[in-house]
Design a protein around this ligand. Sequence first.
Ligand code: D5M
Ligand code: FE
Ligand code: ZN
Length: 529
Amino acid sequence: MKEQVLKVLLDHGTLIEPDAVDYILSRKDPVKFIREFMETRSEAPLILCLEDVRKTESVLDFEESPVTDEGPEEPEEPPEQKYEMEEKAVAFEKPRPGKVAAVIPKEKTAKPRTQEGLVILTDITGNSSCDGSIDNFTRYFRDRYTVLRRMIKGRPEMSGHIKLKSANQVEREVKVIGMISDLGITKNGHISMTLEDDSGTMFALVLKDSEPHSESFLKDEVVGIVGKVSGRSRTQDGKSRSNMLIPDHIYRPGIPVNRSTRWSEEDVDVVFTADVHAGSKHFLRKPWENFIGWLKTKEASKVRYLVIAGDLVDGIGVYPNQIEELDITTITGQYAELADLMKPIPERISVILQPGNHDAVRPAEPQPALAEEFREPFGESYTFIGNPCYFSLNGVEILAYHGRSIDDLVATLPHITYQDPNAAMLEMLNRRHMAVSYGEKTPLAPEAKDYMVINPVPDVFVTGHVHRTSVEKYRGITLINASAWQSQTPFQLMHNFHPDPGNAVLMSLKTGRCVIKSFQSEKKKKGAG
Ligand code: D5M
Ligand code: FE
Ligand code: ZN
């Protein structure tokens, strides 16, 4: 396969960097991919790097049809992927070997041995372009809307959808795609919302006894609505009058049912965990040592990667009086401690470190990778990524996100609890977004591109933050919430939050099989959660 890809490039007289080759080989049809890619270029580049490939690919992916002010949009192309008609019917699947397995070749490059097979795909690090101005927010939400709308319009149920401006002018059944910019409950228990698209806004009322009333809605999510435009209602300023939409069905971007998972051809494993909280008085040293010791055992002999999904250290001043909970009171000291804690990890394991809300990076998501000054105590086999980050391990695409927005989902959606973080992750997958509502606990940076959109669908989605551990499979995606290395803090006790720390998830990249490993001593385990 690699030879065929290189042949296409050779025909164009183009040289390619090794990580770009890895990336192309991880695509569904690498030869078709590179052919189409080269066709999009007016001039063949001399050297092709990973960034060029990713950039052009995202342009191809998100290309939008021109926006019209009025009338129905252009006829819809048939959707590429099959969706289940009933959004709420959640079908869980067993892991299955993928139809597409990527072989990542050994490159004779200067890359450290332990980082072979790791390719960073999408990451904010070094790509931030926002200054927090109003313009930035307009641009940010427009990007979010554009990408999510494109996913929703691919659903067969949405064929024939029209712009809100047009919907406002008719009195019949319509299909629209809008962002919920305002959300509330009326005195009579109906759900009221203002929808927004690039043509205008529209008021919608989800009636108490209607089917979509049982759905949960989030401010700033993008939904497809099939409903009737009926009557004329007063707008919020009470002066003008406009039409009102009564939704009958809600459609979300969702996850296609027929996608195939990519698994590695090589029989290697990855371990996921999160929330080390190095520097905290409540850091669980003994369980951590058990964990590191286990990485040297036969059971862990195939482990080539260790992913830590955020909250690497406890940080300073993250919550009131946190200083009293700290063993190490400087941030550099905490990262040096983390490096020490990780030193005994076998050389064969490449460690991937992501920041979380306790780390020394900007709090607004997407968060860039840890700054150079804190990386100094770590060795060559460490890779620092942003939060969130898409990367691939031996061709298996992983989306890692620390998971702060799980707090917001727990706070807003009654059926979401800290006991079941996978359920919160399903809410994200269904909306194809990791931090939907702006202005809640999760701060968002208005980047030109919405890095919090879940696109493409990953093979593995991993989060941390809630200091528990659970694994679930959903439509070929492995959902992992990986645990913490910190016992319950007085702050968490005060908030009635009960962690279940001391776990890691061992996953085979060849089969997708997951095992939760517990490293708590028996006595502590009984007392937890
Ligand atoms: O967050 C770890 C967990 O602690 C988080 O998922 C919920 C809980 N937590 C943190 N802050 C609060 C508040 N204010 N109320 C309730 N529960 C909370 P970490 O990021 O490690 O601090
Ligand atoms: Fe944490
Ligand atoms: Zn956290």
